[in-house]
Design a protein around this ligand. Structure first.
Ligand SMILES: [Zn+2]
Ligand SMILES: [Zn+2]
Length: 160
C-alpha cells in the first residue's frame, strides 16, 4: 500500500468533503464485530497478487480510514509479510472463520485498510477512485473501466 499516507493530503484530492460512514458488521461466524465510524480517506481497487490470494478473487475492494475510525471487538489473528513497497503489511482476520478484517502497513500504522465486502449490504457508499497494481490484473477480472489505472502504486505515492 502507499507509503507516507498518514496525512490528509493522501488521495482523493478532488473530493474535499471526505465521506463519513457509520457501519457495523460481524464476521461469518459472529465472533468478531467491526465498526467503521468516521471519515473514509480513500477508496480503491487493488489487483496485486497478495490481494488476489487474500480474497480468492481478482482484486480487493478497499476503503482507507484513520485507525481511530475502526473498532474491532473479539479475538483476531494476523499475518504480516513484506509488501512491494518494502513496508510490512499485516492482515487481520477472524481466527475461526477466516473473514478478512483490516490491513495495516508499517509505513502508515495510523491507517486501516478495510475490505468493504465485510459490510455487505451496507457498503453502497463504496465508490473507488483508482485501480492499483493493474500489472497483475487478469483480463477476466472486470473492474469498472472508468477508473484511473496505476501499474503498481499510484506514482505520486510511490515516490514519497
Ligand atoms: Zn469469524
Ligand atoms: Zn493489493
Amino acid at each position: 500500500m502507499p507509503q507516507g499516507a498518514g496525512h490528509a493530503s493522501f488521495c482523493g484530492m478532488s473530493k474535499p468533503d471526505r465521506l463519513m460512514v457509520d457501519v457495523t458488521a460481524a464476521c461469518a461466524c459472529g465472533a468478531v464485530e467491526m465498526t467503521l465510524r468516521g471519515r473514509v480517506l480513500s477508496m480503491l481497487v487493488c489487483s496485486c497478487p497478495d490481494c488476489q490470494r487474500a480474497t480468492g478473487t481478482g482484486h480487493s475492494t478497499v476503503a482507507l480510514a484513520p485507525a481511530e475510525a475502526v473498532t474491532v471487538n473479539g479475538t483476531t489473528a494476523n499475518f504480516a509479510r513484506p509488501a512491494d513497497s518494502g513496508a510490512i503489511f499485516t492482515r487481520h482476520f477472524c481466527p475461526t472463520c477466516g473473514t478478512p478484517l483490516y490491513g495495516q502497513s508499517s509505513r502508515a500504522p495510523d491507517l486501516h485498510m478495510i475490505p468493504v465486502g465485510f459490510f455487505a449490504g451496507q457498503n453502497q457508499w463504496f465508490d473507488p477512485t483508482q485501480l492499483i497494481f493493474a500489472r497483475s490484473q487478469q483480463a477476466r477480472d472486470s473492474v469498472a473501466d472508468h477508473l484511473p489505472v496505476h501499474q503498481t502504486y499510484r506514482e505520486r505515492d510511490a515516490t514519497r
